[in-house]
Design a binder for this molecule. Structure first.
Ligand SMILES: Cc1cc2nc3c(=O)[nH]c(=O)nc-3n(C[C@H](O)[C@H](O)[C@H](O)COP(=O)(O)OP(=O)(O)OC[C@H]3O[C@@H](n4cnc5c(N)ncnc54)[C@H](O)[C@@H]3O)c2cc1C
Length: 431
């Protein structure tokens, strides 16, 4: 007699139960609840956990996260201008609990894809039928000589919203009038491609009122950056960009903007051509997938390769890697991208439990940047999978950039849209 394995059993059980439990073992079938373990309670992890439960409440979902509240990086640049507090971007996991998600506060040390187990630093082990991994990014600390975890306590990256965001804000507030803030932008790919430039804008927004002779210098290894035309136009209108008195200056790769080292004692950055001294320094280091992706053998190079139809890891079956940690080219590493990928993965996991093929995925992304109190810009796209190349391509004629030379009323509306996008995303992922 053929023995059925566990996966076949789950497929049979869930599929049959959904179909009305006609096999004649209703008690046994109803007792079968597949287990999904979610690693990381950020955008990708929360959205996947919530939507798995919404799509099939019999699935046991356990989300493991290091912190008992999530502080969103999106909108954290507004903390730097003083427009919002960290508390206004910090959210607990009570909403997910109401959806029946079990929350465990611990750090995952590694995933064992062979025995389908997740191990935590707290010494616990969780078995799974499917594992969703959305740990975000980690830094390549070795990339800029003189900059490391300890130095970052004084010279913040503030690229994970939290105490470092507050520290950077305090440093900007106590900077003397006429002082310089230097922002070191990372090379592609990195989390939130417009983020460093929105950050410069938000700092300028504060300085315009409180330190009008301040300078914000962006040192960048890249030749170009996201929404560049719109940023330059906004900076020209708001901060005198391109004039001798511009509050914001951008030095790109061709101008020697790549920073090689930092001397923390003199607050001096050595770039390719020149050295720059600044009163406040914000270094955003080059990035790679979060550490647990490396300890769990999910990476190829810096990022996690996935089948973009489902976001299942190309390296290990039944493990789904989402959000910033995944190689989801050509989608950007953004909150909206992680949210939409999580829904695709949740639907694919349910399809697998039911012995069905996943549907063809469609993805969306919208990203707002706020340059001034009444000046917002955005980029939006709908994406579809090119199965031949396993690439997620923008659908022609979909989305696009907000228009150049938009009216003041339109720019003001984009700020309102940005804030409502934020509320909607938080509510969708964990409300
Ligand atoms: C300044 C800034 C502004 C941004 N603005 C925007 C914006 O306007 N729009 C937009 O769409 N995106 C924006 N982003 C990008 C957005 O924040 C990320 O793309 C998004 O958070 C990615 O989601 P994620 O699930 O991949 O990772 P995250 O949201 O970073 O979540 C990862 C979670 O995993 C947890 N974790 C990591 N390792 C472990 C482990 N071993 N065990 C347990 N838990 C673990 C972490 O604690 C964290 O909570 C911004 C980013 C920054 C830095």
């Amino acid at each position: 007699m053929n023995k059925i394995n566990r996966r076949d059993f789950i497929r049979l059980a869930v599929g049959t139960t959904l179909a009305g439990g006609t096999l004649g073992f209703p008690g046994l079938l109803l007792a079968a609840s597949p287990k999904v373990v979610v690693v990381g309670g950020g955008v990708g992890g929360c959205t996947a956990a919530k939507y798995l439960r919404k799509l099939d409440p019999r699935i046991e979902v356990t989300l493991i996260e290091t912190k008992n509240a999530y502080t969103s990086c999106f909108m954290s640049n507004e903390v730097l201008s003083g427009d919002r507090t960290l508390a206004s971007i910090t959210f607990d996991y009570e909403g997910l609990k109401r959806h029946g998600v079990k929350i465990v506060i611990d750090r995952v040390s590694a995933i064992d894809p062979v025995n389908r187990q997740v191990a935590t630093e707290g010494g616990e082990r969780f078995g799974y039928d499917a594992c969703v991994v959305s740990p975000g990014v980690d830094f390549k600390w070795e990339a800029i000589e003189g900059y490391d975890v300890e130095v970052a306590e004084e010279i913040p990256h503030a690229w994970f919203a939290g105490p470092q965001t507050s520290l950077l804000r305090r440093q900007i507030e106590s900077m003397p009038e006429g002082g310089t803030v230097a922002i070191v932008a990372p090379p592609d790919p990195f989390k939130c491609p417009p983020g460093p430039y929105e950050r410069a804008s938000q700092i300028a927004m504060y300085c315009k009122h409180h330190k009008p002779r301040a300078k914000i210098l962006i040192l960048d290894p890249k030749e170009a950056f996201s929404k560049q035309g719109l940023f330059r136009q906004g900076w020209t209108q708001l901060y005198g960009f391109g004039t001798d008195n511009s509050m914001i200056e951008w030095i790109g790769g061709a101008g020697g903007g790549k920073v090689e080292s930092l001397d923390p004692s003199t607050r001096t950055l050595q770039a390719e051509v020149e050295a720059f001294k600044a009163d406040v320094i914000n270094i955003i280091p080059p990035q790679k997938a979060g550490k647990v992706a490396f300890t769990s053998d999910l990476v190829d190079g810096d990022w996690c390769p996935v089948n973009k139809m489902t976001f299942e890891s190309s390296r290990h079956p039944n493990v789904y890697v989402l959000g910033d940690a995944s190689n989801a080219a050509k989608m950007p590493k953004s909150a909206y991208a992680a949210n939409t990928q999580a829904k695709v993965a949740a639907a694919a996991i349910i399809a697998r439990f039911n012995g069905q093929d996943p549907g063809d995925p469609t993805f969306t992304n919208t990203c707002y940047s706020i340059l001034g109190e009444e000046h917002g810009i955005s980029v939006a796209a709908v994406y579809a999978l090119d199965k031949g190349t396993n690439t997620i391509e923008p659908v022609k004629e979909s989305g696009g950039l907000s228009p150049m030379d938009a009216s003041p009323a339109q720019r003001k509306r984009e700020v309102t849209y940005a804030h409502s996008w934020f509320q909607n995303l938080i509510s969708d992922m964990m409300g």
